[in-house]
Structures are given as structure tokens and as C-alpha cells.
Design a protein. Structure first.
Length: 193
């Protein structure tokens, strides 16, 4: 973990998730997330540790290249909010390492719910007091699973691991992103989740 917490990062002090650990275990089984994936993510954490800023450059470049996505870091009239982008970037970087290293316990589950809320009308903009648009549509949350996964592969391969290990880390990352987006979607539709 980084020594200094990013601005607005409240891991460990968010209200409990409405999702139970039993429900989480069933979801893990549903995305085929196993103890081997946990191990592979741990390895990925070591591989990615020095590359977080480079990963973020790729992801932010992807968002910046698509005005319909950059709009969610902008004011309603389309002015990009640099301070907001920078503050969120710090938490995003922390999330990469948390995804690799944090155990899937009650605190992790609760922060997953918080991240979901922060993408919706309920909590978007609050953490950074940002004058941005109020909500990110559910459809883009699901769409992002692909770029957030596919763009990771070259970084996982950069530290000289064999193809089998890179593939293991990649599959574990894919499963974890899928799992987390599922948890983040709960605030979008609690009664249908
Ligand atoms: C916040 C990841 C989808 C825009 C965040 C954070 C993370 C993250 C880790 C910081 C959470 C924290 O506060 O600690 C992801 C992942 C996604 C996804 C993995 C899907 C796989 C999207 C989409 C957009 C978006 C589709 C729209 C372009 C934002 C914004 C914030 C944010 C604006 C700041 C929210 C706030 O005001 O607190 N995201 N995100 N995200 N994300 Fe996403």
C-alpha cells in the first residue's frame, strides 16, 4: 500500500455494504474467482507497483480521447475539471493496488459499495466537491470492463514473467474487475440487483 492515502480515499471507514460476505462468496463462485486468482493478483501487485502511473496514463488517455466519456469529468457545459481528474486519479491508482492486494473481507466489500455510490446520483462529485455532471450511466460501467481489462495485459507482461503467469494474472484481473463492477452496480438498482 502507498504510505500517504490519496485525497478522498476512505477505505476502512465507510458504512457497511448491504451485500453480505455469503452473497460475495456466491458471486466469486459465479465469476470463477478462486484462491489461485488471489495468488495471481498478489503477483500482479508486485508487477504493477512501479507501473501504476503508466497504466493511469493509458486509461486517462482513453477517456480524454472520447468526449462522451470525458464529459463525466467535466461541468455540465463541457469544461474539463482538471482538479477533479487529478484527485480521482490518485484514488484510481490506489484501487489498482487494492484490487491486487486487499483481502475480500467486510472492509473491502464496504468500500466496493462506496465506489459504486460514487459513480451515481447518490454520491458522485461529493468527495471532491466537484461541479461535474451528477451521474455515470450504468451502460458505461459495464462497457469499461473491456478497456480496463484489455489495456492491462502489456503491463502484466513487462516484468519478464512467462506467458503462463501473465495469462494467470490477466485472467484474475479480468475476474476481479467483473466482480467489482457487479458490486458497484448494486446502488444503480438495489431492488433488481
Ligand atoms: C471514480 C474505477 C467506470 C468515471 C472511480 C474510482 C475508481 C474507478 C477506482 C475511484 C473510487 C474512489 O473514490 O476511491 C472505475 C472502473 C470502471 C469505472 C474500474 C469500470 C470498469 C467509469 C466510467 C466513467 C467513470 C464508465 C465515466 C467516464 C469516474 C468518475 C469518478 C470515478 C467521474 C469520480 C467519482 C466521484 O465523484 O467520486 N472510478 N470506474 N468511471 N470514475 Fe470510475
Amino acid at each position: 500500500m502507498t504510505t500517504q492515502a490519496p485525497a478522498g480515499y476512505t477505505y476502512g471507514s465507510t458504512p457497511p455494504s448491504p451485500v453480505s460476505l455469503e452473497e460475495l462468496a456466491k458471486l466469486e463462485a459465479s465469476v470463477l474467482f478462486t484462491a489461485e486468482d488471489r495468488e495471481a493478483l498478489r503477483m500482479a501487485g508486485d508487477v504493477l507497483e512501479g507501473q501504476v502511473e503508466d497504466v493511469l496514463d493509458v486509461w486517462y488517455g482513453f477517456v480524454a480521447a472520447h468526449p462522451h466519456l470525458a464529459a463525466y469529468f467535466s461541468t455540465p457545459d463541457g469544461t474539463l475539471l482538471e482538479d477533479y481528474l487529478t484527485r480521482v486519479r490518485g484514488r484510481f491508482g490506489q484501487w489498482i493496488l487494492d484490487t491486487c492486494r486487499r483481502p475480500h473481507d467486510q472492509e473491502w466489500l464496504s468500500y466496493a459499495h462506496e465506489i459504486g455510490l460514487r459513480h451515481t446520483h447518490e454520491k458522485k462529485n461529493q468527495t471532491d466537491d466537484a461541479p461535474s455532471v451528477p451521474h455515470i450511466p450504468l451502460r458505461y460501467m459495464v462497457a469499461f470492463i473491456y478497456p480496463i481489462t484489455a489495456t492491462m495485459r502489456p503491463f502484466l507482461a513487462k516484468k519478464g514473467h512467462g506467458e503462463a503467469d501473465v495469462e494467470r494474472m490477466y485472467q484474475a484481473w479480468f475476474k476481479s474487475v467483473t466482480l467489482q463492477v457487479i458490486l458497484w452496480l448494486r446502488p444503480y438498482s438495489p431492488d433488481r440487483w
